[in-house]
Design a protein around this ligand. Structure first.
Ligand SMILES: [Ca+2]
Ligand SMILES: [Ca+2]
Length: 182
């Protein structure tokens, strides 16, 4: 067929995810079929996430945008097969804990300042409500953010650093875990 994956697209994926060569090739085929190519832009990615979202009345637009930003590790405004596979693996229950924490930290740090502010956390929490199709309740969101800060802002300066999050963010990162392969 002449459309097999290039070495670069697959480099490291098998090692990190523990997939066999066959599984990898099958997933790649499925990805290309779904994505209509070897990379996807945000709009297409959002549609793919929407098809995976089983929450009634959920809107994935905001959540997908932040997920996309974190998955796009080479920052070319596209996510490719490798980025998706490694990112989803890290977020799975089998993923590397430190990588999971790093990804979730980056997801919260929407403005890339290397610290999470309460406002940053509100943005992501709101997007989770939208994803789940829950009615937006600002008081509830505020309370959730407060609770997370109580847990993670170890020196109580109103910002969560990466270091603090590595130490105390495990239970929060677990909320972002993806279901394993069916
Ligand atoms: Ca990319
Ligand atoms: Ca920030």
């Amino acid at each position: 067929m002449g459309c097999g994956p290039s070495k670069k697209e697959l480099s490291g994926v098998a090692e990190i995810t523990g997939m066999s060569k066959k599984e990898l090739q099958d997933s790649y085929k499925a990805f290309k079929k779904e994505a209509g190519g070897s990379k996807v832009k945000l709009d297409k990615f959002t549609k793919l996430v929407a098809t995976m979202n089983t929450n009634k009345g959920g809107n994935v637009t905001e959540y997908a945008k932040h997920m996309f930003r974190v998955l796009d590790t080479d920052k070319d405004d596209m996510v490719n097969f490798r980025e998706v596979m490694i990112g989803f693996h890290n977020l799975s229950t089998a993923g590397d804990e430190k990588e999971k924490l790093r990804m979730v930290f980056e997801m919260y740090d929407v403005d890339g300042t290397k610290t999470i502010s309460p406002e940053n956390m509100k943005i992501i929490t709101r997007s989770q409500y939208q994803l789940e199709g829950k009615p937006m309740n600002e008081a509830e969101i505020e309370a959730k953010v407060k609770q997370c800060f109580g847990l993670c802002d170890l020196n109580t300066d109103g910002q969560i650093t990466e270091e603090e999050f590595y130490k105390s963010g495990k239970s929060i990162a677990e909320m972002f875990e993806l279901e394993g392969d069916e």
